[in-house]
Ligand binder design. Structure first.
Ligand code: FES
Length: 259
């Protein structure tokens, strides 16, 4: 884990209030595990005090470039959206436990299910899985057609189904409606998005899988207990009844934590 002032190399609004930012620096070389996150200090002063956790969306080792995608909805992320190319950003990371790539062998099939700003970490995962020879199928859920992002990028990596709640594009309904319609088997699922969606995906899934939890955080490194969630199996991890999302997660085996 490293703290570095990364240089912003680009920033664009890719859907309403959804921003894609690229950053470069030496610490990007250590960002090899999809599902991990960076903890970003959005202002130079003490207000807002807390860093913002943002998942790693993509990494180019050649260019030493990190891509993050975030929604500008609170004061902190609106400050982030106001930053310009060549500004620097104080970034701590990579943090947390990511998706276990070795859970799938070459030739097997992964189902990736994402909703809203839970989608970005699945993109780096999809790239890594495809590189391992795993077939990737993706279901992405949005409220409406204007909100859609990363569709083209995922399509380059495998089959993709888009759902919208208002039916303005793709399958009308939720990601689970698309899961129920798609009859092709898969070996494992990987999902990230709002908790009600994670619950529904886990219930609808036909295999074991992994969920990534998004949570407000304090320290981001396991020291403050601001991010704990209940463990569903108190006998594992030495009887601990909780997990820290920042350091034990954010990725957990589905069923390991109560959602
Ligand atoms: Fe401090 Fe997780 S944010 S322990």
């Amino acid at each position: 884990m490293i703290v570095e002032q990364l240089r912003i190399t680009g920033q664009e609004e890719i859907a309403p209030r959804i921003y894609r930012m690229t950053l470069e620096g030496d610490s990007v070389q250590t960002m090899t595990e999809p599902g991990q996150f960076v903890h970003v200090k959005v202002s130079d002063g003490i207000d807002p005090l807390l860093r913002r956790p943002i998942s790693i969306c993509d990494v180019s080792q050649d260019k030493q470039e990190l891509t993050i995608i975030y929604r500008a909805e609170g004061r902190g992320t609106r400050l982030l959206a106001a930053k310009k190319t060549d500004d620097t950003l104080d970034v701590l990371g990579p943090l947390g436990q990511g998706f276990p790539l070795d859970s799938l062998q070459k030739g097997s099939t992964a189902l990736l299910v994402g909703g809203g700003v839970g989608i970005p970490p699945l993109y780096y995962l999809a790239k890594k899985l495809v590189k391992r020879g795993v077939n990737v199928r993706t279901i992405l859920g949005f409220r409406q057609s204007e909100d859609i992002f990363l569709q083209k990028e995922f399509r380059e990596l495998g089959d993709i189904i888009v759902t919208t709640e208002d039916g303005s594009k793709g399958v009308h309904g939720f990601v689970t409606d698309a899961m129920n319609q798609a009859e092709k088997p898969y070996d494992s699922f990987f999902t990230c998005g709002p908790v009600p969606m994670l619950r529904a995906v886990k219930a609808a899934a036909a295999s074991d899988g992994f969920i990534s939890l998004e949570e407000r955080m304090g320290c981001g490194v396991g020291a403050c207990l601001a991010c704990v969630c209940e463990a569903s199996d108190a006998t594992s991890q030495e009887g601990k009844k909780y997990r820290k999302i920042c350091s034990d997660g954010p990725v957990f085996r589905a069923g390991e934590v109560v959602i």
